[in-house]
Design a protein around this ligand. Structure first.
Ligand SMILES: Nc1ncnc2c1ncn2[C@@H]1O[C@H](COP(=O)(O)OP(=O)(O)OP(=O)(O)O)[C@@H](O)[C@H]1O
Length: 256
C-alpha cells in the first residue's frame, strides 16, 4: 500500500524568526479600579506554541486579563514575565492583538497591512511580498485596493487578523474576534488562526463561543470574578470540568 502524501498549502508566509518563542507568565497579578479588585492575584503560565481559550461569564475579567498580558494595562500588583524577565519595549514587537471590533485605517486593504509592517520597522523592500502573502492567506487579495472601511464585517475582521499576523507575532491575543460574525466568516477566521498556530504562533483567545473553543483550543482558562477557577486541557474541560462555575457555564446555567 502506498502512503498518500498530501501537500498542505502553506498560505501564511514563513516569517517567524528561528529563535525560540518566549513563555509568558503572570505572577499574582491584580488589577484594582474604583475600589474594586477586578483581577485578583492571578497566576497563569502560557507555553510557547499553545492555543488557549479564556472563557467565563460576562464581567469575569477576560478582556482585562488579555489587556494586562498584552501590556495595554499595567497590573496594580504582581508581575508579568516574558521568559522570566519583566516586559521591556522589545516585547511589544513580539506580540499583537485583535479586538472584537476591528480598528482599521482610512486606507486601502493593502495599505492597512503595509502600514503595520512599516510601524514594526519591516524594510520597504519586504513589505509588498508580505502584504500579498497575508492577503492571500486571508482570501482578501481581490480586495487589496478597496478602502478597508467599505468591506463587510467579516472581511474587515479577516483583514484585522491578517494584519496582526503580517508582523509575525510570537503571541497573538484575540478578544472575541468572531463575536459579531456569521458562521462562514467565523470559520474563515478560525482557519487563519489554525494556520498561524501550525506555524508556531502562540494564541490566546477570549471567546464566549463554546463550539469555537472546542474546535480550536488546546487549553481552557476559566475565569470567575477575576480569578482562575480552572486551567485545564480542552478535551478534559468540555467533558469533565473541575470547577462548579465551569460546569454551570457549560450547562447554560447562570454563573454569578
Ligand atoms: N480599565 C478599566 N477600569 C475600570 N474597570 C474596568 C476596566 N476594564 C474593565 N473594567 C471592569 O472590570 C470588569 C471585568 O471587565 P471585562 O471587560 O474584563 O469582563 P469580561 O469577562 O471580558 O466580560 P464580557 O464577557 O462581558 O466581555 C467589569 O466590571 C468592567 O466594568
Amino acid at each position: 500500500m502506498h502512503d498518500v502524501v498530501r501537500e498542505v498549502p502553506c498560505l501564511l508566509p514563513a516569517m517567524r524568526a528561528l529563535e525560540p518563542c518566549l513563555p509568558l507568565q503572570a505572577r499574582k497579578i491584580r488589577f484594582e479600579a474604583g475600589g474594586k479588585r477586578l483581577i485578583d492575584g492571578l497566576d497563569l503560565s502560557l507555553r510557547p506554541g499553545s492555543l488557549t481559550a479564556i472563557m467565563g461569564p460576562n464581567g469575569a475579567g477576560k478582556s482585562l486579563l488579555l489587556r494586562l498580558l498584552h501590556g495595554l494595562l499595567r497590573p496594580t500588583g504582581g508581575e508579568i514575565l516574558w521568559a522570566g524577565r519583566a516586559a521591556d519595549s522589545a516585547v511589544a514587537t513580539r506580540q499583537a492583538m485583535v479586538f472584537q471590533r476591528p480598528v482599521l485605517l482610512r486606507r486601502s486593504v493593502a495599505a492597512n497591512v503595509s502600514y503595520a509592517l512599516e510601524v514594526r520597522g519591516i524594510p520597504a523592500c519586504e513589505r509588498s511580498a508580505r502584504v500579498a502573502s497575508v492577503l492571500r492567506a486571508a482570501r482578501l487579495e481581490h480586495l487589496a485596493e478597496r478602502p478597508a472601511r467599505v468591506l463587510s464585517g467579516g472581511e474587515q475582521q479577516r483583514l484585522a487578523v491578517a494584519r496582526a499576523l503580517s508582523v509575525s507575532p510570537e503571541i497573538l491575543f484575540l478578544d472575541e474576534p468572531t463575536a459579531s460574525l456569521d458562521p462562514a466568516s467565523t470559520l474563515a477566521i478560525e482557519d487563519l488562526l489554525r494556520q498561524a498556530h501550525e506555524q508556531g504562533t502562540t494564541l490566546v483567545l477570549v471567546t464566549h463561543d463554546i463550539g469555537q473553543a472546542k474546535r480550536l483550543a488546546q487549553e481552557v482558562v476559566f475565569l470567575h470574578r477575576g480569578r482562575i477557577a480552572e486551567h485545564t486541557p480542552a478535551d478534559r474541560f468540555f467533558v469533565c470540568p473541575e470547577s462548579a462555575e465551569a460546569r454551570a457555564f457549560l450547562e447554560g446555567r447562570i454563573v454569578l
